[in-house]
Design a protein around this ligand. Structure first.
Ligand SMILES: Cc1cc2nc3c(=O)[nH]c(=O)nc-3n(C[C@H](O)[C@H](O)[C@H](O)COP(=O)(O)OP(=O)(O)OC[C@H]3O[C@@H](n4cnc5c(N)ncnc54)[C@H](O)[C@@H]3O)c2cc1C
Length: 509
């Protein structure tokens, strides 16, 4: 396998908002940015619709943003991390504007601030209406390509971190030239979320948690892996990822019905406008009882659906549905991972020379549930914090990796998707989780194409099994109440494997 010397360059894995922000903030220090898909084509950042939360309005203050974030996080946020990240939000928006992001403005030229569920103030800056992600990523991608210190390698998938004495020495990647080793003593994981690990998800198919597999196999600690936010209303179609039918459609008055026309949310406090996880659970239960579920906007007075929701109308039409005359089939879909690689506020993991940022990392900002539009914010703020931390760190030694001669097997999560979706979905119970851990273990140990996705799935399942309570987005039917004390969870791969091995004989018996 070729070993490529990087002359002190830092390797950033992932070209979403977090990875690009870190790369740009590191300039003029040399960076090699590896991305599976061409920049700006396949990432959750590009798909983002609503926008970025920041306390910018005259009636707002970061302490109000903090209060809303802590409430959504259901007792599990790291308050000091949340405080630091939210306080940095206005500066992060300024920086994006300086980099050329055309946020939407009103007639007076002031930023238009949108309101989203569970925010007590209007504080969502957006661009291109509901195309915020695309508009944010366009100028950043251009800048990254134009920055001489950033070498972008597209079509390169990081597959392993090389580590000696708990210190990074290199990154093994599959590239268009075949497998290569980048010798480096500093690497950043910015690989995004895990929606692609599930049968129904809103993230790109390639977002299945590969960064977690990289970090975990290198010995890094994970945190709060059990907390996954499911969006209640993804368009139920054969496409992958599923398209989002934004909450705003319910905000305009659309209702949830089943195939008989029954409005099953009546009686649930808040009905269709209840918090995201409450609606997701109600839809999931109704589907588990054998129903199909639809979002019905046909009778909303004065709603010109195609004009108000042009993008949603477009992808409904592409799926053969006319939202003006037909109810839209929907289902919950894995949308956002609150947990991830455990990091401190500087993005440092428990492995020397390894940082993580964006959705792949767990800073503690989101706790047990994410407040809408706090995730792009976290990617922008923490991408910069990681860059600052790297600038201030002297490598302990030169990356001089021993080339890993083992053949690389491309990872493929398709065998794992159905297995994990059954047990680690919206509603969970201990028996299913244990059976799923037993089912995933052979895949995880096999060193085949399903091995890394199974390792990620196994860690999530073990974390979900260990949390014997319901909190935030984690709902256990066998432990429906919150525990008296909120505690974050941490897990390493060897612990997850040991826990799964203990379960296997029980399941077989
Ligand atoms: C449909 C949708 C709508 C959303 N709307 C909003 C919103 O309005 N506001 C908000 O705050 N959040 C929103 N989110 C969440 C938000 O978009 C993400 O949390 C955020 O963009 C994550 O950024 P990231 O840089 O961490 O990861 P991503 O943007 O997902 O980028 C990850 C990158 O890593 C690459 N990669 C992955 N594995 C490897 C590997 N092994 N080797 C090399 N490259 C790799 C991928 O190709 C990709 O380029 C939305 C998410 C979705 C899916």
């Amino acid at each position: 396998m070729d070993v490529i010397g990087t002359s002190g360059a830092c390797i950033i894995v992932g070209g979403g908002l977090a990875g690009l922000t870190a790369a740009l903030a590191l300039a003029p220090r040399p960076v090699i940015l590896l991305t599976k898909a061409p920049l700006g084509i396949e990432s959750s950042s590009v798909l983002a619709q609503g926008g970025i939360a920041a306390s910018l309005g005259p009636d707002d203050d970061f302490s109000l943003h903090l209060a809303d974030t802590l409430k959504a996080g259901d007792g599990l946020c790291d308050e000091s991390a949340a405080r630091a990240i939210l306080k940095a939000a206005p500066a992060a928006i300024d920086e994006l504007i300086r980099r050329g992001v055309p946020f939407d403005r009103n007639g007076e030229g002031k930023l238009t601030l949108g309101l989203e569920a569970a925010h007590s103030r209007r504080r969502i800056v957006h661009a291109g209406g509901d195309s915020s992600g695309r508009e944010i990523m366009r100028p950043l991608t251009r800048r990254a390509r134009e920055t001489p210190s950033i070498t972008v390698i597209e079509g390169a998938t990081a597959r392993r971190l090389l580590v000696e004495d708990n210190t990074v020495t290199g990154v093994v990647a599959e590239s268009t030239r075949g497998p290569v080793v980048f010798a480096t003593e500093r690497a950043v994981i910015a690989t995004g979320g895990i929606g692609g690990l599930f049968q129904y998800g809103t993230n790109p198919a390639g977002s299945w948690g590969e960064g977690m597999a990289l970090a975990a196999t290198a010995g890094a600690a994970m945190a709060d892996l059990e907390f996954i936010q499911f969006h209640p209303t993804a368009l139920d179609s054969v496409s992958f990822p599923l398209k989002l039918i934004s909450e705003t459609v319910r905000g305009e008055g659309a209702i949830l019905i089943d195939e008989t026309g029954h409005r099953f949310m009546v009686g649930v406090p808040g009905a269709e406008l209840a918090p995201r996880d409450v609606v997701a659970r109600a839809v999931w239960r109704h589907m588990a009882a054998g129903h199909r579920v639809f979002l019905d906007a046909r009778d909303v007075p004065d709603l010109d659906f195609p004009r108000r929701f042009p993008a949603i109308t477009g992808f409904c039409h592409a799926a053969g549905i006319d939202p003006v005359t037909q109810p839209i089939p929907i289902r919950p879909a894995a949308h956002y991972h609150m947990g991830g690689i455990a990091v401190d506020l500087a993005g440092r993991t428990s492995v020397e020379g390894l940082w993580a940022c964006g959705e792949a990392a767990c800073t503690g900002l989101h706790g047990a549930n994410r407040l809408a539009s706090n995730s792009l914010l976290e990617a922008a703020v923490c991408g910069r914090l990681v860059a600052e931390s790297i600038k201030g760190t002297m490598p302990r030694r030169r990356g001089n990796p021993r080339a890993d001669a083992r053949a690389l097997v491309s990872a493929n999560p398709s065998a794992v998707r159905k297995i994990i979706s059954r047990a680690a979905g919206v509603l969970r119970d201990g028996d299913d989780l244990a059976a799923t851990a037993a089912e995933l273990l052979p895949f995880a140990l096999a060193e085949g194409e399903a091995s890394d996705p199974a390792l990620v799935g196994l860690m999530i399942v073990i974390a979900a099994l260990r949390r014997r309570e319901s909190r935030g987005a984690h709902a256990r039917t066998d432990f429906p109440c919150r525990a008296a004390h909120a505690r974050s969870s941490t897990l390493r791969l060897n612990e997850a494997l040991a826990a799964a091995r203990e379960i296997v004989p029980e399941t077989v018996a």
